[in-house]
Ligand binder design. Structure first.
Ligand code: NDP
Length: 250
């Protein structure tokens, strides 16, 4: 079996301390990449990721940076430049969950969610460009709900739908430089964020998605990370502008 090797590749993953981001960081590091990741809060999730990364050979770093804040993104990319000199991949993963009926959705919450998911991908990718050379890969973590909608998530689905346009356009603008840009679109993945839903909503969601998926179950963070590994590595060298659903066949 051909396995993906990322030895000596330098990768930036946003939002790596929990859930899907954490799985992506660990999967890429285990494949041999040097991984720089960021988060906002100093908490047990961050300490535990730092401990796990220490056990994996490579030049890994965990820094605090809010990807919704342009100044902090500049600092993050400066960190990448000074640590690695260049980047082989950027994974725009950081995200927040927010459920609010549209008619009550306050402006600041709209902006917070758009900033974290969409503006952050613009800021991080644009700031990373000088570090990305021929063969580099950008992966945006989207969502299956972007194209179908979900009640109480107007801001979230709008942000994720925006990522589709960003991905497709950057595929065209950056293809000439040999830079590939793709998306992964998770369905419902069992992470801490999904579990933060009110229990009755979470149980209803679980039951609904079990019934909706062809595979009859929710996904695991590792199952998204494996697709990101494919998109970062050379096995996907002719794949760009793609959006791979990781949703158990909804
Ligand atoms: P989690 O809440 O489990 O983890 C989010 C991670 O992002 C944490 O490490 C968090 O760290 C970090 N983060 C959040 N906001 C920021 C920010 N502004 N700057 C830097 N880091 C940040 O989320 P998931 O793993 O569930 O989701 C990851 C991605 O996958 C998101 O883009 C989400 O929209 C997408 N997705 C998830 C699905 C699911 O079912 N879980 C389904 C479809 C898509 P900290 O709190 O310290 O900032």
């Amino acid at each position: 079996m051909t396995s993906v090797q990322l030895t000596d590749r330098n990768v930036l993953v946003t939002g790596g301390t929990r859930g899907i981001g954490r799985a992506i960081v660990l999967t890429l590091a285990r494949a041999g990449a040097n991984v720089l990741t960021c988060h906002r809060q100093e908490n047990e999730a961050a300490s535990s990721l730092a401990r796990e990364l220490k056990e994996i050979p490579g030049d890994h770093h965990l820094v605090r940076a809010d990807v919704g804040d342009p100044a902090q993104v500049r600092r993050l990319l400066e960190e990448a430049r000074s640590r690695y000199g260049s980047l082989d991949a950027v994974v725009n993963n950081a995200g927040v969950i927010s459920h609010i009926p549209f008619e009550k959705l306050p402006e600041d919450e709209w902006h917070r969610v758009l900033d974290t998911h969409l503006t952050a991908a613009y800021l991080v990718t644009q700031q990373a460009l000088p570090l990305l050379g021929e063969g580099a890969s950008v992966v945006n973590v989207g969502s299956r709900v972007a194209t179908v909608g979900l009640p109480q998530r107007a801001h979230y689905t709008a942000a994720k739908a925006g990522l589709i346009g960003l991905t497709r356009t950057l595929c065209k603008e950056l293809g000439g430089r040999g830079i590939r840009v793709n998306m992964v679109d998770p369905g419902v993945i069992e992470t801490e964020a999904a579990a933060e839903l009110p229990p009755e909503q979470y149980e209803a969601l679980q039951a609904r998605y079990r019934a909706l998926t062809s595979l009859g179950r929710l996904g695991a963070p590792d199952e998204v990370a494996d697709v990101v590994l494919f998109l970062v590595g050379d096995l996907s060298r002719y794949v760009t502008g793609g959006a791979i659903a990781v949703d158990g066949g909804i």
